[in-house]
Design a protein around this ligand. Structure first.
Ligand code: FAD
Ligand code: FES
Length: 246
């Protein structure tokens, strides 16, 4: 589907907010789902589409929050207003939406966008949000911020004070998105406190539509055979207990 770029806002050197018209996309966007964006020009070695989470959506627009990582995201981040981009989605499985619960959100880096959309959709919930990144430029509005270099918020990782927070407050549910080592550490701590956790995985994707198995992750199996699920089709959201963390 061709979607017109209505607005491109530079947040800082690395992050950009791209708001698109969703004319022609009938399906509702749910938090945790993503789209794949085809680059406007052919780039050698690039995939069919770049997976990007939904950051915000309403009846006429949707917004993506993009961090420049390599050539593909650099091109997207610099797309100019009125450009029409080929966008496929919404794709993948969404987070479970709850009402009237106490909820913990934990994000790292570009794990922020899907949790921001989730936060908007959780009704009457008491929410605590921990977010971390390498530098000050990776930090966005949240309750507890951490940077690896100490340039904003506390110096450390999102897990640095997690046990203290959990010792002081009870949570019905937790959601997390970020790099796998972070998710693994978060899952291990939350298990000790018996808090259900849904994670959104950021696995590298090729086709993005469930065909190539390039994004497969090993999950718990009752069988002796190893079992794999596709992050793009069966996820990106999974119950943390389902994943065999490497
Ligand atoms: C479900 C999902 C949702 C995502 N949501 C967002 C989002 O909301 N905002 C956003 O900015 N980004 C998001 N990403 C990440 C984004 O897709 C990648 O940053 C992008 O594909 C990188 O493409 P590139 O061409 O810029 O870099 P590339 O040239 O493809 O990669 C640059 C370097 O980063 C590595 N790399 C690329 N992608 C990944 C990855 N997923 N995990 C680990 N290493 C990787 C490559 O191996 C390479 O070394 C999401 C990814 C997934 C799977
Ligand atoms: S990226 Fe091809 S199956 Fe998931």
């Amino acid at each position: 589907m061709k979607c017109k770029l209505l607005e491109n806002i530079k947040i800082n050197e690395d992050y950009y907010l791209l708001k698109f018209s969703r004319e022609g996309i009938k399906a509702e966007f749910q938090p945790g789902q993503f789209v794949t964006v085809k680059l406007p020009q052919q780039v050698p070695g690039q995939r069919l589409g770049i997976p990007i989470s939904i950051y915000q959506a309403d009846t006429s627009t949707f917004t993506l929050f993009i961090k420049i990582l390599g050539e593909g995201t650099r091109i997207l981040a610099h797309a100019i207003q009125d450009t029409e981009l080929d966008i496929l989605g919404p794709l993948g499985q969404a987070f479970t939406l709850l009402t009237n619960k106490t909820v913990l959100l934990i994000s790292g880096g570009v794990g922020y966008p899907p949790l921001r959309f989730l936060k908007d959709k959780l009704k009457d919930c008491q929410i605590t949000w921990i977010h971390g990144g390498k530098f000050a430029s990776d930090i966005f509005p949240c309750d507890h911020a951490y940077t690896e270099d100490g340039s904003r918020g506390e110096k450390g990782l999102v897990t640095s004070d997690l046990r203290d927070i959990l010792n002081n407050q009870k949570f019905d549910m937790a959601y997390s998105c970020g790099p796998n080592p972070m998710l693994k550490a978060v899952a291990s701590i939350l298990k000790d406190y018996d808090i259900p956790l849904e994670v959104s995985l950021e696995e590298y994707m090729a086709c993005g539509i469930g065909v190539c198995y390039g994004c497969a992750v090993q999950v718990v199996s009752n069988d002796e055979q190893p079992l794999y699920k596709r992050v793009c089709k069966d996820g990106p959201v999974f119950h943390a207990d389902e994943i065999i963390w490497e």
